[in-house]
Design a protein around this ligand. Sequence first.
Ligand code: FE
Length: 188
Amino acid sequence: MIRRTKHIVIGMVLMFGAAGCGVEPGQPGHVASDTRGPAAAGESQGTALSSGDRIVKTDAEWRATLTPKQYLVLREQGTEPARTGEYEHMKEPGTYVCAGCGQALFSSDAKYDSGSGWPSFWEPIDEGHVETETDRGHGMVRTEVHCSRCAGHLGHIFEDGPRPTGLRYCINSVSLKHVPEGEGDAEE
Ligand code: FE
């Protein structure tokens, strides 16, 4: 019980100040990934996976491999507080990969400053590397976006982005890992 209470407190901290990302409160404590479910079965722990493979891990395995903040956002659809993420102002060229599984998600070429307080992109690096789901939580209807390989929650998509797509992928920094251009371990 103590551990659970502590977890809830951490979740509330992460919720605080998260109103700028299209009114983005997050949903700590709600394990949406369990209801969404993987599209393909198969246990996989390795890193030598093609982009078409799904990663399915138990809750305990995710807890063991992710930091508490990563777990809260990626697996429980939490939201990091606005203007606290390490990639909000990152301008270095490179690829942003999923912090949960390493799949390439966004290119620095599609990153822009939305002023929202979260890293923002106008398109994913590959349409097949992300999936969306309607999020009706908190009295709003939003489009949630997650990694297609591990189902990790990334953020939400809004229709107030720049050309050419007009979309804003509002993404939690903690869901991403920036791989500098030329370092080559980002999977395209
Ligand atoms: Fe992933």
